[in-house]
Design a protein around this ligand. Structure first.
Ligand code: NDP
Length: 456
C-alpha cells in the first residue's frame, strides 16, 4: 500500500476513518487474483453463475440499511436516496443475473458447413467510478461484466471508497469466487492509471469528467483496449408554452438539485419559451424555496452537503459577482453546505451555459419557438440527458429526435432505468451501460465455421 487517506463526513466536515491507498504493485496483484478468479468463474455452469449473482443480490438486500448508512456518512446523500441506491444495486444484480443463461449466439446459414457465434467473456474488466453515485455507478459496471463471465477490479474515487469496499466483501460473503470482484481504492494518477495500463485488463469502464475520460481513452489506445466512457453533461430542461407549467416547474428543482446537483444527468439549463417565462418563474420560485436541504440522516431531506470543501469552493466560484434570481436555503457550516441557486446568465457565452457546474446551480434562458429551443438545447459540447415539457405529442416526438442527447424524457425527469440503455453523445461519452444489451458489451463475439464436407 502507498499510504492512506482520510474519509470525511461532508455534513460535518470531519474525517471519521482512513482507507489504505493501493499502489501500482497492489493493483497488479489484484489483477493477478482477478485473472485466476475469472478462470474459475467461467468454468461454472451458467445456471450456477446466475444463482450466485442472485445470492449476491440477496446479500446486498439484507445489508441495504448498512450500505445506505455508509453512503450517507461518506457522500452526504440523504438517507431516503441512499436507501434507494442500495435497492438499485440489488435490482441491477437481479436483472443481470439472468444473463449467464441468455448470452445466446447465432447459427448463420453458410455453404459447406455450419457457422456458429459465441459470446466469450473478455477476462478482467477495470471499472473506475466517480464520487457522485459511488455504489450505483459501480454496479452498472460490475453487474453486467460479472454476468457475462468476467472478473472486475473496481477503483472507487478517493473521496468515497467505503461502499465499493463493502460491496466487494459482500460478493465474497455471497459465495462468488475470491478475487472475482475486488475494490482497489487509491488515486486516479496511481491506482487508476495502473488499472488502465495493465496488460491483463481487457476493457475499462470509466465514469467521470470529460478531461479524465479523454486521458483514460488515450492510455487504453496504447493497447487497443476498448473503453466505455460515461462523462459530463450540460443538459437542457426545455419548457414549451403549451406545457403543463405547474408540473414542469414542480419537477425542475429535482431535475437539477437532486444529489446536490452532483449528477451527470442534471438539467442545469432550463430553457423556457419566452411567452411563458414569467408564468414559469412564478411557479418555480416556491418550488426552489421548498427544496429541503439539511442533515442527510433525516428522512424527508431532499439535499445534503456537497462532497468536499474543494468541490464546494469550485461550485461557489460560478456565483462570483452574481446575484441569483432565486436562492434556496442551506444550514450554516461546519459541513460543505451550499444553498441551491437559480441564475439568469449574463450573456450567451456565460460559463454557466457551457461548463458543468456539478452543483445545485441552474441557469434559465428564454427562447422563441421550437427551432430556437432545439438549437439552444444543442448548443453544448455535451449530450447526455434532457427533458422536454409539452402537451403536443408531435412536438414531443420531433424535439426528442432533434436534441443530440443519449437519454431524454418527455414530461418527466427520468434518465436512468436499469432495463434501458444509458450513455452520452458528443463529449458526454462513448458506449452504453445498462439495458438488455449491456452484458454483450463485456464479451467478444467469436465466429467458428465447422466444415461438414458438404459442397460449398
Ligand atoms: P475525475 O474524472 O477526475 O474522477 C473520476 C474517477 O477517475 C475517480 O475515481 C478518479 O480517481 C479517477 N481518475 C482520475 N484521474 C485518473 C487517471 N488519470 N486515470 C484513471 N483514473 C483516474 O472526476 P473528479 O472527481 O475530479 O470530478 C471533476 C468533475 O468531473 C466534476 O466536477 C464534474 O464536472 C465531472 N464529473 C462527472 C461525473 C459523471 O458522473 N459524469 C462524475 C464525477 C465527476 P480519484 O478521484 O481517486 O482521483
Amino acid at each position: 500500500m502507498s499510504g492512506s487517506f482520510a474519509v470525511v463526513d461532508p455534513s460535518i466536515g470531519e474525517a471519521f476513518t482512513e482507507v489504505a491507498m493501493a499502489s501500482a504493485a497492489e493493483v497488479d496483484r489484484a489483477v493477478g487474483r482477478a485473472v485466476r478468479a475469472q478462470a474459475r468463474w467461467a468454468a461454472l455452469a451458467p445456471l450456477d453463475r446466475a444463482r450466485l449473482l442472485r445470492r449476491f443480490a440477496a446479500v446486498v438486500d439484507a445489508r441495504g440499511e448498512e450500505l445506505a448508512a455508509l453512503e450517507v456518512r461518506n457522500s452526504g446523500h440523504p438517507v431516503d436516496g441512499a436507501r434507494w441506491e442500495a435497492g438499485h444495486v440489488r435490482d441491477v444484480l437481479e436483472y443481470f443475473s439472468a444473463a449467464p443463461e441468455r448470452l445466446i449466439g447465432k447459427q448463420i446459414p453458410v455453404a459447406g458447413g455450419i457457422d456458429v457465434t459465441f459470446h466469450e467473456p473478455l477476462g478482467v474488466v477495470g471499472v473506475i467510478v466517480p464520487w457522485n453515485f459511488p455504489m450505483t455507478i459501480a454496479a452498472w459496471g460490475f453487474a453486467p461484466a460479472l454476468a457475462a463471465g468476467n472478473a472486475v477490479v473496481l477503483k472507487p474515487a478517493e473521496w468515497t471508497p467505503l461502499t465499493a469496499l463493502r460491496l466487494a466483501e459482500l460478493a465474497l460473503e455471497a459465495g462468488l469466487p475470491d478475487g472475482l470482484l475486488q475494490a482497489v481504492p487509491g488515486t486516479g494518477a496511481v491506482a487508476g492509471e495502473a488499472l488502465v495500463r495493465h496488460p491483463d485488463v481487457a476493457k475499462v469502464v470509466f465514469t467521470g469528467s470529460t478531461a479524465t475520460g479523454s486521458r483514460v481513452m488515450a492510455l487504453a489506445a496504447e493497447q487497443v483496449k476498448p473503453v466505455t466512457l460515461e462523462l459530463g453533461g450540460k443538459s437542457a430542461n426545455l419548457v414549451f408554452a403549451d406545457a403543463d407549467l405547474d408540473a414542469a416547474a414542480a419537477a425542475a428543482p429535482g431535475a437539477v438539485f437532486d444529489n446536490a446537483g452532483q449528477d451527470c444527468c442534471a438539467r442545469s439549463r432550463i430553457l423556457v419559451e419566452r411567452s411563458v417565462l414569467d408564468a414559469f418563474l412564478e411557479r418555480l420560485e416556491p418550488a426552489v424555496r421548498a427544496w429541503r436541504v439539511g442533515d442527510p440522516r433525516q428522512e424527508g431531506v431532499q439535499m445534503g452537503p456537497l462532497v468536499s470543501a474543494a468541490h464546494r469552493d469550485r461550485v461557489a466560484s460560478f456565483l462570483d459577482g452574481r446575484t441569483p434570481l432565486m436562492r434556496g436555503s442551506a444550514p450554516d457550516g461546519p459541513g460543505f453546505w451550499f444553498a441551491p441557486a437559480v441564475v439568469l446568465p449574463e450573456a450567451p457565452d456565460d460559463r454557466l451555459l457551457s461548463e458543468e457546474v456539478f452543483g445545485p446551480v441552474v441557469a434559465v434562458q428564454a427562447f422563441e419557438g421550437e427551432a430556437e429551443g432545439v438549437a439552444l438545447a444543442n448548443a453544448t459540447r455535451y449530450g447526455l440527458s434532457g427533458s422536454i415539457w409539452t402537451r403536443d405529442l408531435g412536438r414531443g416526438l420531433r424535439v426528442s429526435r432533434a436534441v443530440r442527447s443519449g437519454a431524454l424524457s418527455v414530461n418527466s425527469n427520468s434518465s436512468v432505468r436499469y432495463t434501458t440503455p444509458f450513455g452520452g453523445m458528443k463529449r458526454s461519452g462513448i458506449g452504453r451501460e445498462l439495458g438488455p444489451d449491456a452484458p454483450l458489451h463485456f464479451t467478444d463475439e467469436k465466429n467458428v465455421f465447422y466444415a461438414t464436407g458438404d459442397p460449398a
